[in-house]
Design a protein around this ligand. Structure first.
Ligand SMILES: Nc1ncnc2c1ncn2[C@@H]1O[C@H](COP(=O)(O)OP(=O)(O)OP(=O)(O)O)[C@@H](O)[C@H]1O
Length: 305
């Protein structure tokens, strides 16, 4: 369990993280979202003990990260933003070094190194110096060092940044497989990643929490929640659709028309009845769950006021 209480970080007169409190339980994959400069990386650095808070506390399985730093850090695997250091080392030498730092030697160290090289698909570059690797491979080396000791807690700062679509998918699957009984906190700018891998999402703006819930709960905050999206073969006048009982707004995006509901449920029946009555035939029609990008924009704009 991670318990964050009233966590605050100021740099001079600037407040980067502002009185943030939350818990994360085993089995949860928490997506950490927010605009550039919202305070995500700063919060992750404080949770992992790499940056001292100005105020507030972080407890990792009962260990205070400021007072009992080593005991807490043993439980944590951390992928910081950017690339791992020691660029002149080869991938394998770097992982050997990390294994030693984590207290593994001999065959145990070798077994763990082979396992992560396999898991993160680093076999083809294992003998290359890290500084010569592409951005995506450097991220994968960072991920390998974070999981080498099979930590109970994984803190990953934009793990899929710089990866190609295949590798993004691979890392998402890896996170899903690793997340059983672990705590995972993952920051990302990719909203589909949240619905794909996270059981919970927290949005921060200006260092403060502005939303926290399951992806479905956040989607339900969107004006698109239970909206009806349709596509017609022929041109249909927006006024006809706007006159349907329960439609608040008609939006057009390319071939698609979206009917925003006045209330959050019950619009589909009214739309189907109205289409029948008017002799209109939709080629495609579906009920939207809600859109995270819409929620993200509205809560971070409110947070920025
Ligand atoms: N060492 C520092 N000294 C001064 N300001 C800092 C320092 N570290 C971070 N900041 C500021 O704190 C704010 C939060 O930065 P942080 O890196 O935590 O944001 P972020 O949410 O991770 O952003 P991004 O999505 O761009 O990675 C930014 O305005 C940043 O400039």
């Amino acid at each position: 369990m991670i318990t964050v209480k009233q966590l605050t970080k100021t740099f001079g007169s600037f407040t980067a993280v502002n009185n943030l409190s939350f818990d994360v339980k085993p089995g949860e994959v928490l997506g950490f979202l927010g605009p550039n400069g919202a305070g995500k990386s700063t919060t992750m650095k404080m949770i992992t003990g790499f940056l001292a808070p100005t105020a507030g506390t972080v407890e990792v399985d009962g260990h205070d990260i400021s007072k009992d730093t080593l005991a807490a850090q043993k439980l944590i695997g951390y992928l910081p933003e950017g690339a791992p250091s020691y660029g002149e080392m080869t991938v394998e030498a770097f992982l050997k070094f990390i294994a030693e730092v984590r207290g593994f030697t001999g065959s145990e160290a070798q077994t763990r190194i082979e396992k992560v090289i396999n898991e993160v698909e680093l076999g083809s570059v294992r003998n290359q110096p890290i500084e010569n690797l592409s951005k995506g491979f450097k991220r994968r080396v960072g991920l390998a060092q974070a999981i080498l000791h099979d930590p109970k807690i994984l803190i990953l700062d934009e793990p899929t940044d710089g990866l190609d679509p295949n590798q993004k998918q691979h890392v998402r699957e890896l996170i899903e497989n690793l997340s059983k009984d672990k705590i995972v906190i993952v920051s990302t700018h990719i909203l589909e990643e949240v619905t794909a891998v996270c059981s919970r999402a927290m949005i921060i703006a200006n260092g403060a929490k502005v939303a926290d819930g399951t992806p479905a709960e956040l989607q339900a905050m969107s004006k698109y929640h239970n909206a009806i999206s349709l596509r017609f073969a022929e041109e249909v006048n927006s006024d006809v659709l706007a006159s349907i009982n329960g439609v608040k707004e008609v939006l057009r995006e390319g071939d698609w028309i979206t009917l925003i509901p006045e209330q959050t449920s019950g619009l589909l029946d009214a739309v189907n009845a109205a289409l029948d009555e008017k002799g209109l035939h939709a080629e495609e029609i579906f009920v939207e769950r809600g859109r995270l990008d819409d929620v993200f924009r509205s809560v971070t704009r409110e947070g920025a006021k």
